[in-house]
Design a protein around this ligand. Structure first.
Ligand SMILES: [Zn+2]
Length: 166
């Protein structure tokens, strides 16, 4: 594919050269320098940090609605900062799915862009987890949470009654 063969050239042109040209057109060399530093360098720093904190912050902040087997979590705040990757619990449980925010109301612009690109043939073979599998995973997590809280209630009740516990 053309964009795969020229990915580095495209990245430099779109990520640095285009902002510098627009900055120069706006305000001469000062505009070009400002565009290079803000639209080029600062943008790369922010995007790299947001990308790489997925494997730290997204394993710390948020909820685990699909699986408690790993520490990955779903968080709207993280999704906002990572273009949808913040729904990380779903991603870990259903890794073959091109979506992260599986609910229609979840902020996942990456999913929307991939889907739109599939309509013009630039992506294809998009895979989704079966709705039943997703619902089953959620039900399993709810059942295990209910069992845990019932276990705590029983344990506290027995302790309150003075029943010795193992
Ligand atoms: Zn992860």
């Amino acid at each position: 594919m053309w964009q795969h063969q020229h990915v580095h050239t495209i990245a430099l042109l779109v990520g640095f050269a285009l902002p510098v040209l627009l900055g120069a057109a706006w305000n001469g060399w000062i505009g070009a320098l400002g565009a290079f530093l803000i639209s080029g360098v600062a943008k790369v720093v922010v995007i790299q940090h947001c990308t790489f904190f997925i494997n730290s912050a997204c394993h710390t902040l948020g909820r685990r609605p699909y699986s408690t087997r790993c520490s990955a979590r779903d968080s709207f705040l993280m999704a906002l900062l990572t273009f949808g990757e913040g729904y990380h619990n779903y991603h870990h449980e259903f890794q073959h799915d091109y979506r992260n925010g599986v609910k229609s109301w979840q902020w996942d612009p990456t999913k929307w862009i991939i889907w739109l690109l599939s309509k013009i043939g630039l992506t294809g073979g998009l895979r989704r987890a079966a709705r039943e599998a997703v619902q089953a995973a959620q039900a399993q997590v709810r059942r295990s949470r209910t069992a845990q809280s019932e276990s705590v209630v029983i344990s506290e009740t027995m302790a309150g009654l003075g029943v010795p516990q193992r």
